[in-house]
Design a protein around this ligand. Structure first.
Ligand SMILES: *[C@@H]1O[C@H](CO)[C@@H](O)[C@H](O)[C@H]1NC(C)=O
Ligand SMILES: *[C@@H]1O[C@H](CO)[C@@H](O)[C@H](O)[C@H]1NC(C)=O
Length: 166
């Protein structure tokens, strides 16, 4: 238990409250848990199966928070935008509330694969302007629309994390 806490858990415990970092952090945590099988297979299996039922931030909508995560590369931001522009067949269907991929798929998944044309609904629900989506991510840092949205989203906390700490 101590090894697991020191090698894996601590880092995530301290970064869990940030909502804009949650999609990337959750996916990376899942990969770290799966990789932990080389150290301790039972702990890896138990923890990754547990986290698999809590991947709300890797839903089609909430993965959009990634666009405001300063630790995500420009290349990944561009790929996210491409995923948001691709054609979909089920335009009217409700987006998945929670990621439902199996563990083997999650181990090799990248953030952009969770984004879709429905990701933009996150911005609609939060009443945020989206004109910056038309520009290249390299220009977002000086775009007032983007900066205003970022300031607002940075104050967004992961509710479940706060509830559990409370
Ligand atoms: C995977 O686990 C090995 C052995 O425990 C460790 O050395 C390596 O840094 C881990 N890789 C990642 C990406 O966490
Ligand atoms: C943000 O970028 C978009 C796309 O280039 C542009 O239309 C918009 O005017 C910019 N907004 C501001 C406030 O700079």
């Amino acid at each position: 238990m101590c090894c697991f806490v020191v090698l894996v858990y601590l880092e995530w415990w301290f970064t869990a409250p940030s909502a804009v970092k949650a999609p990337r952090r959750d996916l990376n945590l899942m990969k770290a848990l799966l990789n932990y099988s080389t150290t301790n297979s039972p702990i890896s299996t138990a923890t990754s199966e547990k986290l698999q039922r809590h991947l709300w931030y890797l839903s089609e909508e909430l993965v959009g928070l990634t666009l405001f995560d300063e630790d995500v590369s420009l290349a990944m931001m561009r790929r996210m935008l491409e995923s948001m522009k691709r054609q979909v067949e089920d335009e009217d269907e409700e987006p998945l509330k929670r990621c439902n991929r199996d563990l083997a798929t999650l181990a090799v998944s990248q953030l952009d694969s969770f984004a879709s044309p429905k990701t933009v609904r996150l911005f609609e629900k939060l009443h945020l302007a989206t004109d910056f989506l038309e520009a290249d991510p390299s220009s977002w840092g000086t775009n007032r629309t983007y900066r205003a949205a970022q300031d607002q989203l940075k104050t967004l906390k992961v509710v479940n994390d706060h509830a559990e700490r409370g």
